[in-house]
Design a protein around this ligand. Sequence first.
Ligand code: ADP
Length: 467
Amino acid sequence: MPGRSLRFRMMLLFCMVVGGLLLGTYAIIYSMFAREVRAQLDRQLSEAAGPMVADLAQNAPEEDVFQLDLPDQYLELLTASGKPLNMSRNWREHPIDVGSLNFQDHEPIFRTVQGGRGLLRMELIPFQLQGQPVVLAMAGPTRDVETVLLNFRRVLMILLPLSLLLTGAISTWYVGRSLSPIAELTEHAARLTRAIAAPGQVDIKAPRLVSNSTDELGHLAATFNELFSRVIAAIQQLRQFVSNASHEMRTPLAVLQGETELLLSERREPEEYQKALEVIHGELRHLSRIVESLFTLSMADAGQLRVANDALYVNEVLEEACEIAVPLARSKGISIEQNLEAGIASRGDESFLRDLFLVFLENAVKYSPPNTRIKVNLSRVNGCARVQFQDQGIGIAAEHVPHIFERFYRAAGSDAVEARSGGLGLSIAHAIANAHGGQIECRTAPGHGSTFTVTIPVTSNETPSAE
Ligand code: ADP
């Protein structure tokens, strides 16, 4: 049934199953009822024949019973070989063929025979009359029984289609109601697809599926709500990311273009070329840093960040990072105080870990006023290396803290401090920490400084020289 809807197919299946069951049930009920009604007719015949046999056994075959002319009672007395001895008037007028007289254990025989005025139910009772074996045949019409059965069949013939119709109506309603979230889901998915595909569509809203039920469809609706929200969030994040990235690159590119145009517009003094090349070099470095950061982040997103698993000492890597940061800090009169526990072995990528520590060191320098102090602590806590970078800088307002690890996010106030902030440092730090099974925490108070804590798992008895 290729073109049919699920609703139609379910309804059809429902009706077929219920119809089959009803048909079977009705057939069983009918056959039980018919058997009971026929057994009752047989009982009635026996009840009427019993006293007559007793009467005949005492009196002659010429007994009065054969003179009685009851319209629905046919009587005949036969010898054991089937020769008629006496019969009622209606039997004489419409002779009935009694058939064979083979009795088992002298038990009466019941059979249905064709009479002159329709079908008859007949009982043949063997008994002894004056020492001779004889048979009394007694028959009555089955007309009443057949009428009752016909009426019963009619009722069933009306009931069956009615039940089917009712089943069809209820199943259509129920299936339709149950499947409505799926129809809604399809509509929402189509709407979402159109919204995503539409050019210039900036504000895409996640459609909400309404389903209060706690059954499978309710769970499906909830799952799709979640999926829709995530898809929308991912699309918006992607769009935002692309727009931020291009915005970020626009400034250095504009500077590069301006500088080169200036140089090319007329012949310049060697010092001017030297100065312009320094600017160009600085912008190019800035650009390549952005591109490198974006590459690292996209590799991390794809789960393809190639992180070495070398044995190393965290304190040594941290010391190197501090050494690199010292000149930058000194240029602002900032001192870096190190308190590093020695011999903390771990596994990871030395270069990435150095970059990770440099992000916090450079930020601490960037967002601290001149002549302040940065404290760097390293200790082993609960099987992890805990590195803390504590500065006396501008701090971060509480509403910005949940977002500082997002790409290109800059907390308000940071622009004033540092013009060349890229907004990618903490995102990269987060990706590197993640790749090393580590975590980052931030405690900060505006105007009082910030403390970033990085936790990385350590190895207890491995040493880098063992590699
Ligand atoms: P950026 O290149 O702008 O520093 P980051 O991702 O490294 O980008 O940091 C995101 C934002 O978090 C920064 O713009 C700044 O507002 C805030 N921030 C990070 N580190 C510090 C810090 N040590 N002190 C104050 N603010 C900080």
